[in-house]
Design a protein. Structure first.
Length: 325
């Protein structure tokens, strides 16, 4: 693999870094009063619970089998231990309750929030994550699903007041933070030399739109079955231009050696767009991720930091390619 010293990336990477965080809680480690509450919520005792690898949030993420024979996927966290994750769970409840049934997302079966513990129970999807590096047939399936999803989610079925701000942008905030900016400069010398241009793209970017976007559309939030694609984990949804999810997914696919530009030129959500519209998303995406990675302290999950850095650099690499067109 050819190394790109300007952007800190290989020209064709081995796919997404392993999406395994280190903060998961096992079912057996959960307080008994909480697991008993989950069983009451589900109307049946849990006979088996398998914690799920992957993902980065703290708390419980487990497939459980009930005495009734039903399978359910459970997410739970303590607001005392992980207040940010608890807030994400609360927002995911609100979003999931409002998603149209046509949207290929797991159905929220039930949820509760006692002020400390926040619990979500979803229908079990018996699928798998997409192969990494991407198989082109699987990537095409997912991109087709993203296209259809944009139709179902325009206009947004969720009020903006329920949602968080899009996790985009960071160049303007870094302008006055020499420590963070220097760390980003180490990740990408190209970004250091084009910092003003990236900040200008961020400042002038328009995120006007009416589509509910997933906001975190990467392979670790996608499940494949034999005939369907499911998009999971919706706490970071926001309302904006319908092409944004597709652009971030295409950008991340470049870590598998896929040329995102060739896909964008033919995809219905991106072909025919003003080139600046895609460039702005890439700049905003890279700014958020690289600033977050650079700001991460010693207690941060190293898997998450690596993931953010590589995804941000992938967007910069595609942006560099587009500037040469």
């Amino acid at each position: 693999m050819k190394h790109d010293p300007e952007n800190g990336l290989t020209a064709a990477g081995p796919g997404m870094p392993e999406a395994t965080g280190s903060r998961r809680m096992a079912w057996a480690a959960m307080p008994r009063e909480v697991t008993a509450g989950i069983e009451r919520l589900l109307g049946s005792p849990v006979t088996e619970a398998i914690s799920q690898p992957g993902g980065f949030s703290g708390g419980l993420a487990a497939r459980v089998r009930l005495a009734s024979g039903r399978g359910v996927f459970i997410k739970a966290t303590s607001a005392l231990r992980a207040p940010a994750v608890a807030d994400f769970h609360r927002r995911e409840i609100a979003v999931s309750e409002r998603l149209p049934r046509e949207v290929p997302a797991p159905r929220l079966l039930d949820a509760y929030d006692d002020g400390t513990w926040v619990v979500l129970a979803f229908e079990e999807i018996r699928g798998r994550l997409p192969a990494q590096p991407w198989l082109r047939e699987e990537l095409d399936r997912v991109l087709a699903t993203v296209t259809a999803m944009a139709e179902f989610l325009t206009p947004s079925p969720v009020d903006a007041a329920i949602l968080g701000k899009p996790r985009l942008g960071g160049w303007l905030a870094m302008a006055g933070d020499a420590v963070v900016r220097n760390k980003v400069d180490e990740l990408s010398p190209w970004a250091a030399r084009h910092f003003d241009e990236l900040a200008t793209l961020e400042e002038s970017a328009s995120l006007d739109g009416a589509t509910l976007l997933h906001g975190d559309l990467y392979p670790f939030n996608i499940m494949l079955t034999a005939d369907r694609v499911f998009i999971v984990d919706w706490p970071h949804a926001w309302i904006g231009p319908r092409h944004c999810d597709a652009v971030t997914l295409m950008s991340s696919a470049s870590l598998s050696g896929v040329d995102p530009q060739a896909i964008a030129e033919n995809h219905p959500l991106t072909r025919g767009l003003d080139p600046t519209q895609v460039n702005e998303v890439l700049a905003l995406h890279a700014g958020f991720l690289l600033r977050a990675a650079a700001m991460a302290g010693p207690a941060a999950d190293p898997h998450l930091v690596t993931m953010m850095a590589r995804l941000g650099l992938a967007s910069l690499r595609w942006l560099r390619q587009r500037r040469r067109l």
